[in-house]
Design a protein around this ligand. Structure first.
Ligand code: NDP
Ligand code: OCD
Length: 341
């Protein structure tokens, strides 16, 4: 059985979803309540592969909210993640993806040191960040969507916001090795890490976001921002392709300019309908078929019976592993989302 540990993107979002999904006791509660709420399995899922194989899974709501980080409720945030992991394990889930901020909190606060949660000894081999598949899908989106828009990679400047992160550094590796992109702009706050990435790639220019945006033909957004940023459309090139892989989204602005094309990044479309209700909640255009690539990674590991923490730690993603999960993704009927929003 596969699983996803997820969370909602804000307190306001959580309150309205709880009301709609039939959890009225959560609907009018503030951050304190969500800080003490236990994890819950809120969906049972059935997925059929393009090969005909059928698997079953669970969605575990951790009740983490990004406001917990902003309010420095770190202990509550970390408890949400390990409790949700223990909950998934206790319910017999073999491979669970740590969606959105779950894996970021796990890494940033060294949760691998916590092995015992009450009577459950966490088995980390049962969890995956889902980041290898996410990075692979974002790279394919860049390649395929740029072609659709007539942006030639060999003449394009690509800015990666969150370049030193787990997904960002894998995207940079791929763009460097597998495409002929003209220039790479590397955006992140910690300049020591940007320099290390530059040395590893043997190329790329370190740049602040405001300096990079006017130069970029393509922007890949994979920064771990608890809230999206506002962008002035006048500062962008046209045409410009924006692939926003953040959860919550990195981009708070909605553009109405014909030359600015925004793609939901790290999203796949499945060949067959999936029996579930949760994707209605996160604004997918085709909720029965569209889903997060990290979630799809746990499905792929279940289809293949690769019961292992396929994506784990930070900056460990290799091109070989992106190829491996990519081949499995195609085989089971997942495609990168290519419809502009
Ligand atoms: P990491 O924590 O590994 O990396 C985050 C990156 O963002 C780092 O380079 C960090 O560098 C940078 N960053 C953070 N804040 C800012 C900022 N204000 N300005 C510029 N750079 C910033 O995260 P992941 O790679 O694991 O995840 C990245 C994003 O992808 C998250 O939003 C996550 O929720 C989302 N995600 C989406 C998935 C999907 O299926 N679509 C799956 C998994 C994750 P520094 O701190 O130095 O600035
Ligand atoms: C990217 O990294 C993906 C993250 C995936 C998050 C998936 C979110 C699915 C949302 C379903 C939420 C249902 C929550 C109901 C809460 C009610 C109170 C227990």
């Amino acid at each position: 059985m596969f699983g996803l540990i997820g969370h909602l993107t804000s307190l306001e979002h959580a309150q309205s979803v709880a009301r709609d999904l039939g959890y009225p006791e959560y609907a009018d509660q503030g951050l304190d309540f969500w800080c003490s709420a236990p994890p819950q399995i809120v969906d049972t899922i059935k997925v059929k592969s393009a090969t005909g194989q059928v698997i079953e899974g669970r969605y575990v709501e951790s009740c983490f909210l990004p406001e917990m980080l902003a309010a420095r409720r770190i202990k509550a945030a970390t408890r949400k993640i390990v409790n949700a992991m223990a909950h998934a394990q206790k319910h017999g889930v073999d491979i669970t993806a740590l969606g959105g901020f779950s894996s970021i909190i796990f890494e940033n606060f060294n949760l691998n040191q916590i092995q015992q949660v009450r009577n459950i000894k966490l088995d980390f081999r049962r969890f995956t960040t889902g980041n290898t598949h996410t990075a692979y899908i974002i790279c394919r989106q860049v390649e395929q969507a740029s072609k659709k828009l007539g942006i030639e990679l060999s003449r394009a400047t690509v800015a990666v916001c969150g370049a030193t992160g787990d997904i960002g550094s894998a995207v940079c590796q791929w763009l460097n090795a597998r495409t002929d992109v003209q220039d790479l702009l590397l955006i992140a706050r910690n300049q020591e890490r940007v320099q290390q990435l530059q040395e590893y790639l043997g190329r790329g220019k370190a740049m602040a976001l405001t300096e990079a945006l006017p130069q970029a033909d393509i922007v890949v957004w994979v920064a771990s921002m608890p809230k999206g940023v506002e962008i002035d459309a006048a500062a962008l090139k046209q045409p410009c392709l924006m692939v926003d892989g953040g959860y919550p989204k990195n981009l708070a602005t909605r553009f109405s300019h014909p030359g600015i094309h925004v793609l939901k990044g790290g999203i796949v479309e499945h060949a067959l309908d999936i029996d579930w209700r949760i994707m209605n909640i996160v604004n997918m255009d085709v909720p029965a078929r569209q889903l997060f690539a990290c979630f799809a990674e746990s499905m792929l590991l279940e289809f293949e019976k690769w019961y292992t923490n396929f994506s784990w730690g930070r900056n460990q993603i290799t091109l070989e592993k992106m190829d491996q999960i990519g081949q499995s993704s195609v085989k089971h009927g997942f495609k990168p989302l290519l419809t502009f929003g």
